[in-house]
Ligand binder design. Sequence first.
Ligand SMILES: *Cc1c(COP(=O)(O)O)cnc(C)c1O
Length: 690
Amino acid sequence: MTAPAKGPALDRFRLPAAALVVCIHTGPLASLSAGADFWLCRCLARVAVPFFLMVTGHFLARRGWRTTGPFLKRTLAIYLAAAVLYLPLNLYNGGFPPLEWGRRLLLEGTLYHLWYFPALILGVLLVRGLLRLGEPAALFIAGGLYLLGLGGDSYFGPAARLPGLGAFYQGVFALFGYARNGLFYVPLFLLLGAAGRRWSPRASRAGLLLSLGLLSAEGFALRALGWPRHDSMYLSLPLCAVFLFSLLLERNQGQDRRARRLSLLVYLLHPWCIVLVRAGARRTGLTGPLVENSLGHFAAVLAVSLAAALVLDGLRPLRLAPRGRAWREIDLSALRQNARALQALLPQGCELMAVLKADAYGHGAAPSARRLRRAGVRAFAVACLEEGIALRRGGVRGTILILGYTPPEEVPLLRRWRLTQTVADEAHGHALADRGEPLDVHLALDTGMHRLGIPAEDAAALVRLYRRRELRIKGLFSHLCVPDDPAREDYTNQQLTRFYQAADQLRQQGLDPGKLHIQASYGLLNLPPQPCAYARAGIVLYGVPSGGPAARRWPELRPVLSLRARVACVRTLRPGDRAGYGLAFQAERETRLAVLTIGYADGLPRALSQRGGRVLLRGRSCPMAGRMCMDQLLVDVTGLPDVEPGDVATLIGRDGGLEIPAEEVAERCGTITNELLSRLGPRARLVYRK
Ligand SMILES: *Cc1c(COP(=O)(O)O)cnc(C)c1O
């Protein structure tokens, strides 16, 4: 006997399970035989929802419950959308009083099939709490809750007569409507799915048949006794669910996302389809075959639901896979750690100002800023007005200093977005003030770089600017030009002296210079602690050295960015064959070349491939071959016979035990990491690692 072929059995079974839910709400056999209909809808079909819950528990547990947050968010979003979709039916039926709306939304669902969503949310939260006690205890408690629920469901008859219990269940019904809810019903199945017990197919099949027999017997017996208040919960239902799940799990391999989406849509849409089929049948005079004939009714509702699901699924937005071609992978937790490590170097009263110019050196400014805020960073610097606005639009609060020149005409925009502007020189300062509106600024001092800034020795010019009422001068800063060069320490010290002298002179005139700052990354790493309010860290925040002489101090910093691409195809060259533009590569022996989906238009320096550039593939280092193209490059993978299309190649960052640091790439190309990183993208997409 051959083993049955494996496939996405769990996902595919969602479709018949959704059809079973449609059965419950349409009663396909009702006009044929009341007994058969009872068996189908009140016994057999009751397995469907436990199955959905078990799959949910199974997948959440497989990811260690780490995806619970996003899962709950998505479930809530689906639920709210469905509630809105069914609002017309609610209103047609007269609606609810305000308090009842709240109770329905939170606990019972706003239409008969929507109970599932609030119950699922409550159940998942409860299970997360229970699991703190350990899995056996959680299962035990969930089992107890299920037994308690049974008394409010199909064992209501005798349970209600027990002293105290009757009142208890009345309380439950007042809150939830039914005992089949997030408290009594959902947790057990979530946990059974999480446990994912698997028996041999034969045992599962036998167990399933036996337990379905039990379920049927239990259902009919209870009905004969007249005990049920509702018939969603049976003693033997968890048994059926567990054996069914084991059977499916045994054959399960891979996913069928389409089956997932379609089954969800059928579940969500079928009550509307029932309304539509009834209305349509009345209009066309087809109530006989489409409503009164229960089988016809069921078939019509299922067909319309499935058709609607297919149409909606076809219309859903399709998103580009972010890791499809070339991407910058950003590890925001490394960024936060780096910020913490740098903050630890600062003296009391000095804060980190995170420099996020050039889209945070290619790391994505707004997401970086938001994560840095969580590390306590409250001040940011950008290069220009546009970058400042982009940060604010990205929801970033706090001080944002524009380090570069902004035309005075833009004062209204600076004010609108509450940005702090650098005064580039005296003329710029007066021109900004002449716009006649108050503006937050920092003055740049030229202490020897001769780029932006008012000459530090020009005290008169400084005083004139401090006397302009429109300029709200919040800070005074300068920039060092050789903080990384130990041979030029004297020059740096002169710059520092000029800077503090200028500040002192202002104080002597009774003027408050505002917050002082002069260190950038290498000033922060190489100088002793400075009496400043800020240190402006750029490149080191991203965890890489700039290049050039090593810094005196190097705290625990981790690179934040990795650059990756895919293998598009692999080909074999005979000895002597040439490849690429200019035929710059020649195979000396039989050579396997992999084509990567990244090139100089993604920001890699074109020279890299002919200056010893390399990539990591399958944890091994492979040399680049020939000239880099705009969108592709060639890599020699002769020693790696298992490289295949779709493989991920690392151009900057780690793969296995190996690493290509950004500074290595920069050095090969005769530049610094600041340039290399800030030029990456935009086509190499930003992907944030969780
Ligand atoms: C770019 C820049 C910085 C940040 O420099 P790093 O060396 O990357 O830390 C700081 N201050 C000014 C004025 C800058 O232009």
